[in-house]
Design a protein around this ligand. Structure first.
Ligand SMILES: [Cu+2]
Length: 300
């Protein structure tokens, strides 16, 4: 699918602003969930994606590691968990998202400062099994689940975290795709030479800006030079055709802020892959990919 290349990635990100701006209809799930004092080993919250927003199996949890099970209602897209710092609003976020993905550096910086992203995952295709991601809902407070896919984004849903942080576990991971700053301060992906082609991936953001993972299979022959040539030819062009070395398989995650990590379940064909990030740089306003944030590696 070519949807993972820059044009679609830009569209996806632009539409996130619609979801954030539509806060007037914030559908807070009714009723409260009684959380017992006894430590739970795991906690799974089911998110059903619908046209009127994500329906949560519970609206209140204790802070702690939480697995999100994403099932499809009548709406596809991609679900994302985030929290706003005090003094910032969904309305401001919506406005800033639109500007940020047009390269407005002040807006990018406001988002980086005021929104904490906790990862996310695509809504499964019709008839497909649920998708999963999990993260440490680290602080008490109000969290939002937004749908970042599609033109008319459903309103955000509210998840409240109340009480003290509870010790809970997430699934063990077999591989990782992390983000870091290299010695020159550039944003880079860190992966092993190869990761398993299915299972649970861990993504930890050790860099200084938000990032996300767009994973796409490529031809075995693809080299860094091929990717650099594509970037040189297509940077700044939202209508650029997908690269000739791209293959159909792939997946993508939600955004994760610096100092945060998440785990995500995936299943892909074995082969060579490229990991790319299209978050706008607070230094240049360009998508990180255009500044060289990609990595070729193997899923075996
Ligand atoms: Cu990035």
């Amino acid at each position: 699918m070519q949807t993972r290349y820059r044009a679609a990635a830009t569209v996806l990100l632009l539409t996130a602003s619609a979801g954030l701006a539509a806060s007037g209809g914030a559908a807070e799930a009714s009723g409260t969930h009684h959380v017992t004092a006894r430590a739970a080993k795991t906690l799974t919250v089911t998110l059903k994606s619908t046209k009127s927003g994500a329906k949560l199996s519970t609206s209140t949890i204790r802070p702690g590691k939480t697995l999100f099970k994403v099932v499809r209602g009548n709406r596809g897209g991609s679900l994302q968990l985030l929290r706003l710092k005090s003094g910032y609003s969904l309305q401001k976020a919506g406005s800033d998202f639109g500007k940020a993905f047009s390269g407005n550096i002040d807006a990018i910086k406001r988002i980086d400062r005021n929104i904490v992203f906790y990862g996310g995952i695509d809504v499964p295709a019709k008839g497909a099994k649920p998708n999963f991601w999990g993260t440490d809902v680290d602080k008490a407070g109000t969290y939002y689940v937004i749908n970042t896919g599609g033109r008319s984004a459903p309103p955000p849903s509210v998840l409240k975290a109340k009480g003290t942080h509870q010790k809970r576990a997430l699934p063990a991971t077999g591989g990782y795709v992390n983000m870091a700053d290299d010695s020159t301060g550039a944003n880079v992906f860190r992966t092993p030479k190869s990761d398993p082609h299915r299972g649970w991936m861990k993504t930890a953001n050790h860099a200084k800006e938000p990032h996300f993972v767009v994973l796409n299979q490529v031809k075995r022959s693809t080299t860094n030079s091929d990717v650099n040539d594509y970037i040189a030819a297509s940077a700044g062009d939202p209508n650029a055709p997908p690269p000739s070395w791209a293959l159909p398989a792939g997946t993508e995650t939600g955004f994760v802020s610096p100092g945060h990590s998440f785990v995500w379940k995936y299943s892909l064909p074995k082969g060579k892959y490229i990991s790319m990030c299209f978050w706008p740089s607070k230094k240049t306003g360009m998508p990180h990919f255009d500044m060289g944030m990609y990595k070729l590696f193997i899923l075996k």
